[in-house]
Design a protein around this ligand. Structure first.
Ligand SMILES: O=C(O)CCC(=O)C(=O)O
Ligand SMILES: [Fe+2]
Length: 372
């Protein structure tokens, strides 16, 4: 009875979410939008080619802007999609930052309450990750239990707010990457003030939501994806609007701005990248050893071994947001009390949680397919 009521009340977004989450029978992917020339729903974006020099792009691991392919999607004004603009061998550095550096204190992550004092996630996981699959214990490393990291103003998953007091310095390299990408897309004055990094495994999904907690909705939200592919659903201002399924691959960048900034969206499914290899071709080349960038140091071959092993069944997504409007401040109410973090969130869903894959005592997350 309860299930029947739920079915009847199911909105168009949730129906689509459940469709693309389905494993059996396999879902038909032919309706998923791929970002390639010739696709009738896409319009090329005119990038601000002069806004970022080739040299500034290069030191972030980005190709000269003339070589980027960027698209608008019909029906979604303000939504931009840049097809992997990274130089060969440079995505590796951003992946290494996501696993080795951004996971360190004072940044906040879902495992904080269980970390104790003996070292960070990377130092406690990388040797195990580097062992060949066959030699590895079946127990997951801490990095494989990581679900999210927050940067800058730390998003509070309980209150769905940011707080003035709960802040740590935003990583300078990621702030610069965000500044350059936003400039290239025609946005001046973007400030990276908060980041949410999502770590997905092959059974993970991210529930239906709108990113509305930032006080500045006039600035774009930037999203960077690495590793395995995923289906991204982009909907409307109501969940009654059926979303458009889009394919995201390693290196792709999305910008949600203007009328698209506050649209419902979700990630129902992680998929192995097409083409058969363990990693997509852009990550199958060795990490670039060019050490001329003052912003982001090369990824060593041994660090890459651990990252490569991790990414065989994972996707990482970084979203970067501006929180405050220019000259603005946080509202007075309840600042300090809200800054307490319980690390519970209802967005990251995982099928294997039902089978006890998490350590006893880790904070529970809901396992429903989609949340409001
Ligand atoms: O993983 C993604 O592509 C989406 C992430 C997202 O929507 C978020 O962090 O708010
Ligand atoms: Fe989001």
């Amino acid at each position: 009875m309860a299930a029947a009521v739920l079915e009847q009340g199911e909105d168009a977004f949730r129906k689509m979410f459940r469709l693309y989450r389905r494993k059996n029978p396999p879902v038909d992917l032919s309706g998923v939008l791929e970002f390639c020339a010739g696709e009738p729903r896409l319009r090329p974006v005119e990038l601000s080619v002069g806004a970022v020099s080739d040299q500034d792009a290069g030191r972030l691991g980005l190709q000269p802007l003339q070589q980027w392919s960027a698209y608008h999607v019909d029906g979604y004004p303000g939504f931009l999609f840049v097809v992997n603009p990274f130089l060969p061998g440079w995505q590796h550095r951003w992946v290494r930052q996501c696993l080795k550096l951004y996971t360190q204190k004072p940044n906040v992550c879902n495992l904080d309450l269980h970390m104790g004092l003996e070292g960070d996630l990377w130092s406690r996981s990388h040797a195990q990750l580097r062992k060949k699959w066959s030699q590895r214990r079946s127990e997951k490393t801490l990095l494989e239990k990581l679900r999210w990291v927050t940067l800058g103003f730390h998003y509070n998953w309980d209150t769905k707010k940011y707080y003035k007091e709960h802040h740590s310095p935003f990583p300078a390299d990621l702030a610069e990457l965000s500044r350059c990408v936003s400039l290239a897309c025609g946005f001046h004055g973007f400030k990276a003030e908060a980041g949410i990094l999502n770590y997905y495994h092959m059974d993970s999904s991210l529930g239906i939501h709108v990113d509305e907690s930032e006080l500045d909705h006039g600035s774009p939200l930037l999203s960077f994806s690495f590793g395995q592919s995923s289906i991204f659903l982009l909907g409307g201002v109501s969940r009654e609007v059926a979303p458009t399924p889009m394919m995201m691959h390693s290196g792709d960048i999305m910008v949600m701005s203007g009328a698209s900034r506050l649209l419902y969206h979700a990630v129902p499914r992680i998929l192995r990248h097409p083409g058969g290899g363990v990693l997509p071709p852009c990550l199958s080349v060795p990490p670039s050893s060019d050490d001329s960038s003052p912003l982001i140091e090369p990824c060593s071959p041994s660090d890459w071994e651990a990252c490569e092993s991790y990414l065989q069944s994972a996707r990482i997504n970084m979203t970067v947001r501006r929180v405050l409007v220019e000259g603005g401040s946080f509202p007075e109410e309840g600042d300090a009390q809200g800054a307490e973090v319980t690390h519970r969130d209802s967005y990251h869903n995982e099928e294997d949680e039902l089978q006890g894959a998490e350590e006893p005592g880790l904070p529970k997350r809901t396992t429903t397919a989609a949340q409001d």
